[in-house]
Design a protein around this ligand. Structure first.
Ligand code: RP5
Length: 166
């Protein structure tokens, strides 16, 4: 395995360390599938140059998917998507006011040409799982593990259904 392959494949970034309680679920999902990832705070508004440097260098460092979470005026995912060719998954982080609708609308309504795959408000786990699926599209072994995960989900729902009926 080359050094590049053993490095992080997913960049998990957020606008503030205060986003971590929400974003942690993405890290957990990646860890469940053994995906190497890096975590960091990168703010579109407070550290704009760091954000550009991060986005522009990510592909060259071996990152293949970026998960970006932010709350409020949540411009981080869209701005990162504008400065990298990599797929970017946006996580709207809910803050104290507006129930995360501000975060969602700030991330989801991107102009044509600059896609961000936006998950639900607070949906960091799905962001992690989507990153696994993206990587799995070119990794048959990982895809198989995703299929097993889906089978487990199905079995869990079936068990609950049976328990309710008993
Ligand atoms: C956003 O501002 C961050 O993503 C965070 O959700 C929000 C508040 O940041 P802090 O004031 O908690 O650092 O850019």
């Amino acid at each position: 395995m080359t050094a590049r392959q053993s490095g992080p494949q997913v960049g998990l970034i957020m606008g503030s360390d205060s986003d971590w309680p929400t974003m942690e679920a993405a890290a957990e999902a990646l860890a469940e599938f053994g995906i190497p990832f890096e975590v960091g705070v990168v703010s579109a508004h407070r550290t704009p140059q760091k954000m550009l440097d991060y986005a522009q260098s990510a592909a060259g460092r071996g990152i293949r998917v970026i998960i970006a979470g932010a709350g409020g005026a949540a411009h981080l995912p869209g701005m990162v998507a504008s400065a990298t060719p990599l797929p970017v998954i946006g996580v709207p982080v809910p803050l104290k006011y507006l129930d995360g609708m501000d975060s969602l609308l700030s991330i989801v309504q991107m102009p044509p040409g600059v896609p961000v795959a936006t998950v639900s408000i607070g949906g960091a786990r799905n962001a992690g799982l989507l990153a696994v699926r993206i990587l799995g599209a070119s990794d048959p072994a990982l895809l198989e593990r995703m299929e097993a995960f889906q089978a487990d989900l199905e079995a869990m729902v079936e068990r609950k259904d049976q328990a309710l009926r008993a």
